[in-house]
Design a protein around this ligand. Structure first.
Ligand code: CTP
Ligand code: MG
Length: 389
């Protein structure tokens, strides 16, 4: 928001959240229900508050909804509460009065809280149009065949080319909208402000709407909230020393070899790298943070439990593993004969399909510690999908 809030040149935004949401089937007013991690009303409040073209924000709530509103908007910077009325139209009326009493405004954007996903683009477009027009609103084409009906039978099939679906915010010259509301007959209920504005003789300029601005009305709207998926990647790397007299565990499989890997747990270098990759994808530190080598309870522990723990952390964040890819770096033993078994085991531990798991191996051409068979290194990468809220 900008800070020229009290001037009559200012652009005010109004979020209408005074309804009861009776068609939603929810136990509390729908505007306070959480979708994508925030109360519905909070989404458009945040959109307006973060837009520099909006000077002052009014949030309209129902009488008795103060506590719900304070909770939903806690931590929000400057906004002004208004108590709405019995109808949407009355709620707007109360707000126009409050704005007029506080010194008026140049322009006003009136928005349904029930349309939470308000983009910067829509606000930008409306503000741009208001520079030359007195009224503007977003609309979308009618895609289905449209009919009229008495509720039971087909009336007329309408020409959908001439029809549009109307959204909010609707943007107006403030004084003209106030005057239009003044002359609108109180006994006729208007479901939006554009019809009131037009009845007073003004044009409304149409801008392209946004499917994401869809209104939450019925229970099914709450079930099919679109999720945004975020792809995450994590990498892991580990080395353990090869010594005589130890068992060799790679990818959760015991492998016959003259030497084994030494370490605090079963020293499964491949699963350790994999665990770090999984933890890395959700920014959850590394294996040592969760299973400190200083803790005696991990002595000789099967490393599969580290992997399972990391997958549970991912699942707890609503994430799913897309794929993992690993490389073992060693001279001996030869990995190829064990590769498919290791792959299948890791797919089972992660509970994903075999083609989501890749295990590869390479030597270092006899160079370095791996080349001298003093140790085995492993690297891993994991890709996961997180539902972004
Ligand atoms: N609204 C309002 N004051 C009212 C009625 C509605 O501020 N007296 C607001 C709603 O909170 C909503 C927007 O107007 O953000 C659009 O109304 P609608 O989708 O019909 O919401 P509700 O009236 O709450 O729902 P319902 O009609 O199902 O009861
Ligand atoms: Mg309603």
């Amino acid at each position: 928001m900008s800070d020229s809030s009290n001037s009559a040149n200012a652009t005010h935004a109004v979020v209408l959240a005074a309804g009861s949401g009776s068609r939603s089937g929810l136990s509390r007013p729908k505007q306070f229900e959480r979708v994508r991690g925030k109360p519905i009303v909070r989404h458009s409040v945040d959109s307006f508050l973060s837009h520099a073209g909006i000077d002052k924000l009014w949030v309209v709530i129902g009488a008795g909804q103060e506590e719900l509103a304070n909770e939903a908007l806690s931590g929000c910077s400057a906004y002004y509460l208004v108590i709405g009325g019995d109808t949407r139209q009355q709620s707007v009326r109360n707000t126009l009065n409050a704005i007029a009493q506080s010194g008026g405004a140049q322009s006003i954007l009136i928005h349904d809280a029930a349309r939470p996903f308000l983009s910067r683009n829509i606000i930008d477009s409306l503000l741009a149009v208001l520079k030359t027009e007195a009224g503007a609103m977003p609309v979308l084409p009618a895609v289905d065949t449209m009919i009229s009906t008495d509720g039971q039978r087909l009336g007329q099939t309408l020409d959908r080319e001439k029809l549009r679906r109307v959204q909010t915010p609707q943007a107006f010259d403030f004084e003209k909208l106030l005057a239009a509301h003044d002359i609108w007959p109180e006994d006729i209920t208007a479901t939006d402000d554009a019809q009131i504005f037009q009845a007073a003789g003004h044009d409304i300029h149409l801008i392209e709407g946004d499917e994401n601005l869809a209104k939450y009305t019925f229970p099914s709207d709450f079930e099919r909230t679109p999720m945004q998926t975020q792809i995450r990647t994590g990498m892991g790397f580990d080395v353990h020393q090869l010594v005589a007299g130890e068992e060799l565990w790679l990818g959760g499989m015991k492998i016959d070899h003259v030497k084994g890997l030494s370490g605090h747990s079963d020293a499964d270098v491949l699963l350790h790298a994999l665990t770090d990759a999984l933890l890395g994808a959700i920014g959850a530190g590394d294996i040592g943070d969760h299973f400190p080598p200083t803790d005696a309870k991990w002595q000789g522990a099967a490393s599969e439990q580290f992997v399972k723990y990391a997958t549970e952390l991912i699942a707890g964040k609503g994430g799913t593993i897309n794929n993992v890819d690993m490389t073992l770096i060693c001279e001996a033993p030869k990995i190829k004969p064990h590769r498919e078994a290791i792959r299948a085991n890791i797919a089972t531990v992660l509970d994903i399909a075999l083609d989501q798991v890749s295990v590869k191996a390479t030597t270092t051409e006899r160079l370095g510690f791996a080349g001298r068979e003093e140790g085995i290194a492993a690297q891993a990468i994991a890709t996961i999908s997180l539902e972004k809220i």
